[in-house]
Write a new protein. Sequence first.
Length: 629
Amino acid sequence: KRPPTMDSEVTSIEMKPASQGVTNLGYRSTENGLSDHPDSVQHNSVKFEIEENSDDEVYTGCARVANKIQTGVVGTLSKHGSKIKLLFKLVLLLLYFAYFGYAMYYRFGDEGSIRLLVCTILGVLILLLYTFNRLSGFKFKFSSEERSLSKEKKIKKIKRHTGRFLMLAVFIALAAYIIYDVLLDYPQNAISVAGLALYIIIFYVFSKNPAKVKWRPVFWGFALQYIFALVILRTSWGYQAFQWLGDRVTEFLNYSNAGATFLFGDILVTTYSLFAFRVLPVVVYFYTVTSVLYYLGVMQVIVKKMGMFLSFCLGTSPAESLNAAGNIFVGMTEAPLMIQPFLKDMTKSELHAVMTGGFATIAGSVLGAYINFGVPANHLITASVMSAPAALAISKLAYPETERTRKQDFDKMGKSKDRNVIEAISSGASNSVKVVAAIAVNVMAFLCVLEFVNMTLDWFGDRVGVDGLSFQLICSYVFYPIAYFMGTDVSDCRKVAELVGIKTFTNEFLAYKELSVLIANKKNFTDYTAQWNSSADWYYQGDDIVLPYVNQTLKKGIMSGKSEVIATYALCGFSNIGSMGIFLGGMSALVPSRRGDLAQIVVRAMVAGNVACFLTGCIAGLLYKDYNT
């Protein structure tokens, strides 16, 4: 039996001049135009055959049996693959429930058992909702279907009046709560209310188009921010829940010490806790975990659901809502990657909202670094979430929508390019190198420049008899009103104003580093007074506190718990001068056609991002309640 053949025909072969290309040794031309090489091509049409191997010739004996088994397995998997996968998942689920039941029987009542119970209940609820949606084909829709014109107008009118009624009802309820539960007990917190009103009035007056401001996103952005803070800061169960969550996040991030200790040794990481060896590995670890979650699709689901919720409440477009939700977890240059297909068609107002969201929040990777500084994890997590609706609200107030936005959906989110979990871990760790290097060199550069500026100012001050003139001192007076209207204790206003100035003109990394010193001072001071009684001998030396019994000086003194919390919320954002260049460069690379529009709005967006952080600080100052006393 003749094996099957495959014919292929070369219809023409053209020789290019000698000046072009590389000499083909199989074709040598002579002066007469003929080749003198025996292997040269001399015909204009050449036919050749490629023989395919017969199965009978390749697979013989054991190989033939193995081939039949392989073919059968592949066929079965392709035919019944979905059923086999479902069966495998059911077996895993049954095994987990068996483990869960025995774990509850073996030990119940401690923190670990409660954690397992709560996570299992949440997992079952999510699984049931997912199964119900798959079986019924039901999906939550946030946009209306096409209707007749008259019916559409009637529905819009009903929605408009219903929305106004809800806004009025929520406003009255929140105002009543503030007066009854906050201001009657803590009348000094009214300063924070004045701060909120002042920022809203200023941004409305200096809005790009005050007449076009739509109050729905503004109101509901601030309302969501307030309600979220209310649950965490004014209820014991909310505070304890986020305290527990913060402890678990801190515990999770401490696993980065395993890799850091292996590389640098226990002395550098644990004993001395040097910045480069203790803090930066946390960034690598968190970046790697984020990459794995992105590969598994977990990150996309979380961001998508939060984006849908924000879009539903605030009436903002899906793209800008997705970006705002994404900024809670990833950085200002990574979040726009999720909405890259939308960027080129976005209105200026939407681009402004995207940039404001980036400036008003911080990335999850650096969140771990700040927690490692000693900044309370529960307040950092709360601030990150609260700033998302605040950013949309202040953005729509500063740059209202004046164009007709195009219809968009939530299904164009980017997907991971990694092929498995191992590759996701490797790529996440590799990509974190850029972030770690940027953090290290920026901190080093800004510290050097800050020291030079301080020495220069001190020299100029010395010429006229002013001692101790520095950049921080100037900021403590320039930003004093901002700290005051956030509700900071008057004795701490200059300290918080100094931190705000450092964050705005350098970066939030240095600001949180300074805040961590004040937090550590507060702990040392509390331990000192507890050990030596509250009346122990201690005194101020300028802004420093001297503890003579332990021969220790607390540089820059201490702040109250309320001022620490306000500072934590107010600093939680990338809104600084250096970030403008980083963000503008990253966005311009994603959508080069909009570079001019981005450059036009970047300064306004940076200011709006700062104010979003200050508004978060105002609400924290308004609702603060000390649960440790």
